[in-house]
Design a protein around this ligand. Structure first.
Ligand code: NDP
Length: 391
């Protein structure tokens, strides 16, 4: 079987040499002869038809902040039955659609069914928890577990299977679930920020994979998205997904979030005056956050009393400095959110099936170009989602 892999020896070298600025195409290797292990009774073997690129594969290739082999070891420590994931190779990729080739015990799906795969790997004993994402067994497929989607075949838990929307061509159906599901939980459900009609939501990185779904979800609730992007070109791209209000970072007079490791108050004030020009108030109800170190403190500052920052990532670094006075004095909340549980994934998938949220990847690339596509994400040049044709 053909698949893109990260080899254990290469990952070790990156860690030992403490290589900075490594790019995915330097690390990933096209393997031709890997044989997948047998599936267990709670698993399915999938012929992958299409996949999607996500930023977590950039982290895997960079071995930062944690290399994929250590993450897989962590998964196996929490899931003793999953030892087969420990291999000398790691196949990344956390989004796919495909066809079931072989399936364990279940009543819902059968061999030959076309499916979309969501990335929440959870032990079957915890699937009935109120929020299975809180299970200690939970891992992200193709990031913390092996046998991800950059491959002709993949192994997934049966509980990761969703019906493929009939209205979406199979080339497109493998590239929305991870970011749509994440944005759905962050914005819509009570496990995230549960945005209400009429509220305002500041969306960082609005032209990215999370952002294009965040804009649509905020609009669908009758709330108001304020999109933050670095360039006018990215703002124009957001308009395709319903973005109307923009803060364009390279057009600000004060461009730096931090100066000498201190908050750049000039920038914060310029930022809030831009928000005031848009909505008539310099404070928002919710912040959709995933940039981390550079933006967390500003996001907290920009909230109204009792507002919430919902965060799922830290692309610019995770050791953020914040001024906690704003949190208690103005009773603001920081809510952590991570992908979504199975009910939320089904609800988000239904939005695509019913045509309420559109999925239009900015690019469709060939299997051979996966590492180059990840390089593009790494350099912050990509727009929206990148879909990959596999089989
Ligand atoms: P994309 O690369 O598609 O988009 C991110 C956008 O953020 C970029 O387009 C860029 O836009 C902006 N950005 C601002 N500062 C930085 C920075 N320092 N580095 C990189 N991007 C920056 O990524 P996604 O939207 O798919 O994902 C964003 C983050 O969220 C990633 O770290 C990803 O791993 C994480 N994530 C976490 C999930 C979870 O479940 N916990 C699920 C999905 C994603 P601009 O240049 O215009 O500012």
């Amino acid at each position: 079987m053909k698949c893109w892999v990260i080899n254990k020896s290469k990952a070790k070298k990156i860690l030992l040499d403490n290589v900075k600025n490594v790019i995915p195409s330097d690390v990933m290797f096209l393997a031709q002869d890997i044989e997948l292990p047998e599936i267990a009774e709670d698993e399915a073997l999938i012929k992958v038809n299409s996949a999607g690129l996500n930023f977590n594969s950039v982290w895997s290739a960079k071995c930062h902040p944690v290399d994929p082999f250590s993450l897989v070891n962590g998964h196996v420590r929490r899931n003793k039955g999953d030892k087969k994931h420990i291999q000398d190779y790691f196949i990344p990729g956390s989004d796919a659609s495909g066809t079931i080739v072989k399936i364990g015990l279940n009543k819902k799906f059968k061999e030959g069914d076309e499916v979309v795969i969501h990335c929440a790997v959870i032990d079957s004993k915890d699937l009935n928890m109120k929020d299975p994402m809180l299970s200690k067994t939970q891992s992200v497929w193709g990031y913390e577990t092996n046998f991800g989607s950059f491959s002709e075949f993949s192994i997934v838990k049966i509980s990761q299977l969703l019906k493929k929307p009939k209205n979406l061509h199979y080339t497109l159906s493998g590239s929305y679930m991870l970011t749509l599901g994440t944005a759905y939980r962050m914005i819509v459900t009570k496990n995230g920020g549960k945005l209400n009609k009429g509220e305002t939501c500041l969306i960082w990185g609005a032209s990215g994979g999370l952002g294009v779904f965040a804009i649509q979800l905020v609009n669908s609730l009758g709330a108001i998205p304020i999109c933050v992007v670095s360039t006018k070109e990215k703002a124009d791209y957001c308009k395709k997904f319903g973005g109307k209000h923009f803060i364009i970072l390279n057009e600000l007079e004060n461009k730096k979030f931090l100066v000498d490791d201190k908050f750049n108050m000039k920038m914060w004030l310029e930022f809030s005056s831009k928000i005031k020009n848009i909505i008539g108030s310099d404070k928002v109800d919710m912040v959709f956050e995933h940039i981390g170190m550079e933006t967390m403190a500003l996001g907290i500052y920009l909230l109204r009393r009792g507002g919430r920052v919902v965060t799922c990532a830290a692309s610019s670094g995770y050791e953020a400095k914040i001024d906690i006075r704003y949190i208690w004095m103005e009773m603001k909340k920081i809510i952590g959110s991570h992908f979504c549980n199975i009910n939320e994934a089904e609800e988000a998938n239904d939005l695509i099936t019913n045509g309420l949220i559109k999925h239009e990847p900015n690019k469709i690339i060939d299997f051979k170009d996966i590492p180059k596509g990840l390089d593009e994400m790494n350099s912050r040049k990509s727009l929206g989602k990148i879909a990959v044709k596999i089989n």
